[in-house]
Design a protein. Sequence first.
Length: 344
Amino acid sequence: MRPGTRFERLNWKQREAEVFANHDIAAQYIASLEMKFNGAWRPSGWNVEVVRSKATDRITLRYVSDDGAVVYGKAYFDRLLGRETYDSLAYLWKNGFAAGSGLEIPEPLIFVEEANMLLMRRAAGTPLSDLAAAAPLDEVLPAIRAAARWLVKFHAADIHGLPIQSPCEGMEILDIADALAKVAAECPGCASFFIGMLHDLHTVAPRSNISVRPTPVHGQFRAAHVFIESNRATVIDIEKICLSDPAKDVARFVHALKKNCLEESGDAQRAEQLAGEFVAEYRRIADSNLENLDYFRALLAFKALAKLLKSRKVNEEKRQAIGELYIAEFETATRARSVQTAAA
């Protein structure tokens, strides 16, 4: 791995964004794709734009030809991550996730070693986050179920050489404790409440790092990364793959989905229905993967609450609404886990 300092990453991002947007450089790298597009791709007639550069370790670019062919490029700061991501995507593409399978990934086209850049086709369809926020339920629910089936299929993939990540998230707890210490310093009256939440979280935490068989996990699986077109579900941003507890992906999807629905529509009941549909569909196929789901849902809610309370960028009305969502999610998850433990 090449961690680098934040300053090094920022300098890299600025420099590389300028390089990859350069016509001659891009034409050189992309010329080899002409055959894949049956001659439609003409390097002399295209536009390029940086579509994402928020992170300091990667840049996403979109190349569009005059004839409408679209290629996405991802350049990486980490020399290993770029190649590893391409290899993982190429493996998935050849093992059940290619176009036509219905549960897909964008086709990885080539990896440009000298640029540490992955080139791939675009994901067809509409982001599930857009559908979840506003589309009719009879359109959203099948899409939600398709996303769950995609995740089950991904968790069942046999990808060799992945790093193993502890499911117990020890560093997450330390980060939460640090954030809550700062909040408690500003609001001493809240300290006992936060300590009680931390105790509840510890109570429902897995007792072993191997309580569930580790599977490949996406790491940032959320509705914004799922594209829906008719009966097809295509998932993007598959670059943080490791072996860990599959319930982490399910919990992250539910967490982000509820927050997205609340912010976009303010409809908490809709958010609960969609999240419930996703979990039910996943559980129908792979129930044994969800032993620690309640713990991870509580963990994400607790972490998000700590971050929200520390933030100076959120107005008080929004802070209260989202804070209530996180507290309710935390209490529901810890209560459900406690009931399961008592029953066992």
